[in-house]
Design a protein around this ligand. Structure first.
Ligand code: ADQ
Length: 480
């Protein structure tokens, strides 16, 4: 690649922030509506930046292209790599292990080999793409080896890494057969960012325990003598744009229609999660079933809407979870529903931001009860959408979001009785109390949005304030 077309700012993530769409004129790309791209798009634009990632699909990758002034550099993933690197080591080893081993992590040596190979491919691409003395920001657990691999090839770069999921305590992490490679991979970065201070502490403690390093405060000197910063930068949402969607007349009329279709119940309890065993969906359904059985709640006064976004459908744990959740929904509806009036409305589908916003508007109680979650943006989106300041958020203590949303009705989701009782309390909470809680959380989210997050991280990485003090309209657009 000629020097002149290299990028001073490069993002490396497993996925590119685009979706392939088909129009009358053929195939094209559309920016996906995720929070990460919303936060980084202005920096990428201002800095002629490039995003490296997988474009979806199996086999050969499309040629690099640009969209909304971002350079996009697709990396191929082949069928065996999707099985071994992605579904295997990333989603059946690291994902469960990093989430408190809620499900048993599986270890296979050929998964690791593939993880290394794919990480090497991403690192090579970043090394080719980054301009001299540039900044590279690597994202998430699929790419933990990239910082060290890249550092070896390009010692001139400033390298950041952000982990979107929890980082486990030593007792769990030491189970990982390749634990030293992972730690050394991360230590290749100048700044390693986590969702919570506890996760950063877990990491720093492990550098002492497994590598004999001497962390001090947020810093640790790596084996090659560099200072590495490990600290919490809790991610957030694009608050203003969530508010804008929630305030639109079209979303309001959609919400009214939805509520009517549900039979105008007194209380709607909503869950919105990827269909993932970390999210506590089963336990939440069980709590609702017991409340109906106890006569504490009744249909049609109260109904539950559970959106379970399709996810990782080829991984065994996910197939099993889907069966269990759907069996539980069937059981509840069989026992407590009536013709045309189910107790649980279960939706295994993806939705637009507008449709999700309409659901947030009809939710009197939003139940976000993961067993473990890096942050949980759904909780933040719900709060920001409640422009009328009413509504009640039930939030697990084990979501990263619990540290930010302190006025939520917090609960230990492992304690079924506590979960039942907090759902009742939230549903019956006086509107003045709801307003006090929601208002204060909304205020917090205004000051702590996703741009604040990106700015905090990039400032720690030494990217000048001017490059991160951006503001622009981030509405995704379609382009060829
Ligand atoms: P996730 O585990 O995917 O993210 P979450 O933070 O809740 O969890 O983000 C989900 C996003 O997907 C939200 O923005 C939500 O609106 C959207 N979404 C959910 N269901 C949808 C549906 N049916 N249709 C369309 N969109 C849907 C990981 C970590 C989290 C961390 C984030 C960001 O597991 O802990 O908060 O990354 O760092």
């Amino acid at each position: 690649m000629p020097e002149s077309s290299k990028s001073p700012f490069v993002v490396v993530a497993n996925r590119l922030p685009v979706d392939r769409i088909t129009t009358a004129d053929g195939q094209t790309w559309r920016r996906s509506p995720g929070g990460l791209v919303t936060a980084l798009h202005p920096v990428l634009q201002a800095e002629a930046g490039c995003w490296i990632g997988w474009a979806g699909g199996e086999g050969e990758a499309p040629a690099p292209f640009s969209l909304d002034n971002m350079q996009l550099s697709p990396v191929p993933l082949y069928a065996d790599e999707l099985r071994n690197y992605y579904e295997g080591f990333s989603n059946a080893t690291l994902w469960p292990l990093y989430h408190d081993a809620v499900e048993q992590p599986a270890f296979h040596r050929h998964w690791w080999k593939s993880y290394e190979e794919v990480n090497r491919r991403f690192a090579d691409r970043a090394a080719e793409t980054a301009a001299p003395d540039g900044v590279v920001w690597v994202q998430d657990y699929q790419l933990q080896l990239v910082p060290a691999m890249l550092r070896k090839m390009r010692p001139d770069l400033r390298i950041g890494f952000f982990l979107h999921i929890p980082f486990p305590p030593a007792e769990l992490f030491v189970q990982l057969p390749k634990r030293l490679d992972i730690l050394r991979g991360l230590l290749g970065a100048d700044v390693v960012g986590f969702q919570s201070p506890g996760a950063a502490q877990n990491f720093l403690r492990l550098t002492r325990q497994l590598l004999g390093l001497k962390p001090r405060g947020h810093l640790v000197e790596a084996e090659d003598g560099r200072q590495v910063r490990a600290e919490a930068y809790p991610i957030s949402i694009d608050t203003v744009s969530v508010e804008r969607v929630a305030g639109s007349p079209a979303v309001h009329s959609h919400a009214e229609r939805l509520r009517k279709e549900l039979g105008n119940p007194k209380t709607v309890i909503l869950g919105v999660d990827r269909l993932d065993y970390t999210k506590g969906i089963e336990q939440r359904l069980k709590a609702f079933r017991e409340l109906l059985a106890d006569g504490e709640m009744s249909v049609p006064d109260t109904v539950m809407v559970q959106v379970a976004t399709p996810s990782r459908e080829r991984v065994e744990h996910y197939k099993a979870l889907r069966r269990t959740v759907e069996r539980e929904v069937g059981r509840i509806n069989g026992d407590y529903g009536r013709l045309g009036v189910p107790a649980v409305h279960y939706l295994h589908q993806s939705y637009s931001r507008e449709e999700l916003a309409a659901l947030y508007l009809i939710a009197d109680v939003m139940a976000v009860t993961p067993f473990r979650d890096g942050m949980n943006l759904v909780a933040k989106e719900y709060v920001a959408s409640r422009l009328s300041n009413d509504g009640a958020l039930v939030l697990s203590e084990f979501a990263g979001a619990a540290a930010d949303l302190k006025q939520a009705f917090q609960v230990n989701p492992h304690d079924l009785d506590a979960l039942k009782s907090v759902l009742l309390t939230a549903a019956a909470s006086p509107v003045e109390e709801q307003r006090r809680r929601i208002k204060s959380m909304r205020r917090y989210l205004r000051g702590h949005d996703v741009k604040h997050w990106a700015r905090g991280f990039l400032t720690a990485l030494g990217v000048p304030e001017t490059a991160t003090a951006y503001d622009s309209d981030n509405t995704p657009e379609t382009s060829t």
